[in-house]
Write a protein that binds this ligand. Structure first.
Ligand code: BV8
Ligand code: ZN
Length: 244
C-alpha cells in the first residue's frame, strides 16, 4: 500500500486542479451508516430506495418521516472523521479544489470544507412537498408520528433531499460537471458508484483527460477507470495521502 500511496501522492503534488466526489463511505467512520448499510442496520426490513421516494412518502408519510428523524439524529450526533478533515486541509493547500458530495450530512462543512456541492440535498433542511415553502424544524416535529403540515398550503413537509426519481438541483449538477471537465485530478472517495447521474461524473473527468484516484475498501463500477485504487478506509488513507 505504501508504494501506491507514494505514487498517488506524486500525482496529487503535480495536479493543478483537483475535484473530489464523495459518497456515504466518507462518513462511515463517523458512524453514519452508508446507504446500503442502512439496509442492513436499523432499517433492514425496509427498502431504503422505497423510503427515499415520492411513492414511499405517499404510501406511508409517517414511516418516511420517522426514518428521516432517526437518520437526522444520527448525523447530528456524528463527528467529522480524519477523512473529512484531510479533504478540508487539501482545499487549503490547493487553490483549485472543488468538493462534490452525494451525502446529505453536513460533516464536510463541520470539518471546515467550504462551498461543498451537495448533489442530493441536505437532511437538516425541510420544505413543503407541494408548494416548496421552506420549513424550520420545530422540537415537536422530531418526535411526531407524522410529518408537519405546511403553514401555507397544508401539505406535508419533507426533508430537502433528492429522492429517487427526482431531478438533482440543476445548479449543483452543472457545477459538478464543470468541475469534472476542468480538473486534471479526480478523487473518488467512498462511493459505490451505483446511483445515477452522480455515477456518470467520473467518466466526464476521464474523458477530459484527468487522472482518477479511487479511495474505497471495496472495488466497484468506478474502479476500472481509476489510475490508482487505494483499498482502505478514507479516514486512514486520506491523511496518509496528505503526508499526515
Ligand atoms: C434521477 C438522498 C431522473 C436521499 C439519494 C435503473 C438503472 C440506472 C438508474 C436508475 C434505474 N432506475 C432508476 C434509476 C435512477 C436512480 C438510480 O440511480 N437508481 C439506482 C439505485 C439504480 N437515480 C435517481 O432516481 C436520481 N434521479 O435519475 O431522476 C430525473 C431527471 C430529471 C427530472 C426528474 C427525474 C436521484 C438519485 C438520488 C437519490 N437520493 N440520497 C436520502 O439520502 O435519503 S442517493 C443515496 O444513495 C445517497 O445519497 C448516496 O448518494 C447513494 C448511495 O451511494 P453511495 O454514497 O455510494 O453510498 P453506498 O452506500 O452505495 O456505498 C458506500 C460506499 O462506501 C461503498 O462503495 C463502500 O465500499 C464504501 N465505504 C464503506 N466504508 C468506507 C467506504 N469508503 C471509504 N471509507 C470507508 N470507511
Ligand atoms: Zn405548502
Amino acid at each position: 500500500m505504501d508504494t501506491l500511496i507514494n505514487a498517488a501522492r506524486e500525482i496529487l503534488e503535480t495536479a493543478t486542479a483537483i475535484a473530489c466526489l464523495t459518497g456515504a463511505g466518507v462518513s462511515a467512520e463517523s458512524g453514519v451508516p452508508t446507504f446500503r448499510d442502512a439496509q442492513t442496520g436499523l432499517w433492514s426490513t425496509f427498502d431504503a430506495q422505497r423510503l427515499a421516494s415520492q411513492d414511499g412518502f405517499a404510501d406511508d408519510p409517517g414511516l418516511v418521516w420517522r426514518w428521516y428523524m432517526a437518520r437526522l439524529a444520527g448525523v447530528e450526533k456524528a463527528m467529522p472523521n480524519p477523512g473529512h478533515f484531510a479533504l478540508a486541509e487539501l482545499a487549503w493547500r490547493m487553490p483549485d479544489f472543488v468538493l462534490i458530495t452525494q451525502n446529505v450530512d453536513d460533516l464536510h462543512e463541520r470539518a471546515g470544507s467550504g462551498d461543498v456541492i451537495h448533489l442530493h440535498g441536505n437532511i437538516a433542511r425541510f420544505h413543503c412537498n407541494r408548494c416548496g415553502r421552506e420549513h424550520s424544524l420545530q422540537a415537536e416535529d422530531r418526535s411526531a408520528s407524522l410529518p408537519p403540515y405546511c403553514t401555507v398550503c397544508g401539505s406535508y413537509v419533507r426533508p430537502s433531499v433528492v429522492w429517487f426519481g427526482e431531478g438533482l438541483p440543476e445548479d449543483a449538477l452543472a457545477a459538478a460537471v464543470d468541475a469534472m471537465t476542468a480538473c486534471d485530478l479526480l478523487l473518488v472517495v467512498g462511493t459505490s458508484g451505483l446511483v445515477y447521474p452522480a455515477s456518470e461524473l467520473p467518466q466526464i473527468a476521464k474523458w477530459a483527460g484527468a487522472r482518477v484516484l479511487e479511495i474505497n475498501p471495496e472495488p466497484g463500477p468506478l474502479s476500472s477507470m481509476a489510475d490508482i485504487c487505494l483499498r482502505g478506509p478514507s479516514g486512514e488513507i486520506l491523511p496518509r495521502l496528505l503526508g499526515n
